[in-house]
Design a protein around this ligand. Sequence first.
Ligand code: G3P
Length: 482
Amino acid sequence: GNGVFKYYADGAWKISSSEESLPVINPTSREPFVAITACTRREVNKAFHSAKEAQKSWAKTPLFKRAEMLHKVAGVMKEKKNMEAIAECLIKEVAKPDKDAYTEVVRSADLLSYTAEEGIRILSQGKFLVSDSFPGNERNKVCISSKVPLGIILAIPPFNYPVNLTVSKIGPALIAGNAVVIKPPTQGAVSTLHMIHCFHMAGFPKGLISCVTIKASELGDYMTTHPLVNCISFTGGCETGISISQKAGMIPLQMELGGKDAMIVLEDADLDLAATNIIKGGFSYSGQRCTAVKIVLAMEGIADALVSKVNAQIAKLKIGPPERIDTDIVDVVSEASADFIETLVADAIDSGAKLCQGWKRRGNKIWPLLIDNVTTEMRIAWEEPFGPVIPVMRIKSVEEGIQHCNSSKYGLQGCVFTKDINKAILVSDAMESGTIQINAAPARGPDHFPFQGIRDSGIGSQGVTNSINFMTKIKTTVINLP
Ligand code: G3P
């Protein structure tokens, strides 16, 4: 409908006393879809204080019960009507293609169940040390250390996975005994709220989880610098991430800020495999993924063959509304995003790049495009379009490719295509990125794998296990024997 969506705090759904709302635009129709309520400073502050209260008893709740709750919410999320409500919202709100929208919900429920299991495995163990292994000590001190929660985790997910990238933050936070306050993306907020409704129905304690919708330009800094925040887990734009890190106090920060994931294709590569991975890795969700293939670095000898294989597959991509099951390319999330992509393409054309398909845009819809003969002078060689546009740079040596990858301000993922495993390992070692995939496009999942960026791509490591550990601190007790 066209109503205003409530925020969630203190175990209840509320309209802000501000009586202000923020419109959420459907990317495909470019019409207002719904609106979200704009919380006041007081309401945000109250959510943090309720979280503080709730966290104290949640931390004392037995681990197996916390795990049980996560299994329960995973079950609720997989119920047909809830899954549909969330997925259908993703389709309308962020133009997520139908299939991907449903996959996102299932993946999120699975992530929660896995988190419950992994939490049981790793949080039940601590360390036991005896003093006499360190020089000068007798056997009179024993040290017991365990993992305890941090307190309140502020979770800030992005528009492209408003469900999955919320769950990947709050699942680990909750199993470890923390409370969470979520600041959803404006575009994506309603999907996040639908998902949070599953937590509400599963019966989590009042105040433990809240999802406050705010105008980030007004209250963003207030939230990220709030004295009750003990950790921030942020996924989103580079500039916002860096700005948060400059203002946040002495608290752990986990950030994933985008990438310029390079695919290096060597002469002996399986070119059909590489082409398929460029299509899947570069164009799924119209390239609006941090882990999308964002530049292809192809050895000169195979570049023509690779480009023509990719072009043949691009010709088969279906451009259409996200509601249709066979749609490959959807409208990008906003007009501003489409304008930015257009700027990068225009710059490449001006500098002599070769467009394999011709530029075509209607509203937020951009037709899939491969840009050949890209050089290091062009912005598209360095910047992240976050759209269905893939640059190809021809390289004379593998070193040239590695050099390009390592000169980027980003370092999230990368990949190399070759049939020679020894070469693949050498290239992987030389590419300075958080993860290198051999013979497949970059991807975050499976969600228990470590996921991290270097340089401006972020700090800290994610993936279920790493996030659980990240959202705890070590507490030590030393027994001093007489
Ligand atoms: O863009 C967000 C990033 O986490 C990508 O995830 O699953 O598309 O590789 P995925």
